[in-house]
Design a protein around this ligand. Sequence first.
Ligand code: IPE
Ligand code: IPE
Ligand code: MG
Length: 256
Amino acid sequence: MSENKLRHVAIIMDGNGRWATVRSRPRVWGHIRGSTVVADIVEEADACGVQALTLYAFSTENWCRPQTEVKVLFALLKKFLLKERPRLIKNQVRFRMMGDLSHLPKDTQNLIQSLENETQNFKGLKLTFAFSYGGRDEIVSAVNNWVEKNPGQKLTVEALQNSLLVPDLGDVDLLIRTGGDQRISNFMLWQVAYAELFFTHTKWPDFTAEEFRSILDKTGKRERRFGSVCAEDNLKQTIQKAHQNKFQLFNQSEVH
Ligand code: IPE
Ligand code: IPE
Ligand code: MG
């Protein structure tokens, strides 16, 4: 594989329920099987040189699911935190969660806090779980928090960016969704503005490190133009160029 340019990869881990249903099993079977895939993908992302991996595990809308299913998802999160803790620490992974965690069981909240604290200075892969997370909620909270701290001032793109839940993750470079559906489902609405999108029919429990690597390889070859006419290194450069051009054209039209 060529050098990986996709710094921040986000995944909508979808298709668990259907994976189980086609096997005539209850939906939670799919979640249980799906939860065993996560650690492999985390390792592969690290091995591929990805710097930040953000995984969508539970949305604000998923609260509407049957309570039994929600409880299984909570239990699987707790299991992951307990089981993977040593490996995450060994690999210097910086672990964080984003979303409204206030309704999670207290012991799970404590496990999260403890792992976040323990890994806060690690310089390896930034692994973030989006749990009880919604992109709209994130933007609204960011705006409200900023306005409260800066009364009467005008919000800027940069200020909003810095007010998001985990600002240092930056823009998403590649968004993968498993399970065959082609939608965003309220995930990182701000951060995916210029993301490459990749939809695979593979359901999450069948997703493998090999497929992850091959998606990275394929999308890494795409030309990202960020609104320009040729491939650019990053969005910031094209925005700067756009401002310069706007300024120059405006001045010229004033002269004539
Ligand atoms: C994704 O799988 C996991 C969560 C949303 C928690 P689903 O449970 O949505 O599986 P499908 O899409 O119904 O197959
Ligand atoms: C998105 O999947 C949320 C997660 C994968 C955690 P959903 O299954 O909830 O999304 P919709 O309902 O198909 O849009
Ligand atoms: Mg789904």
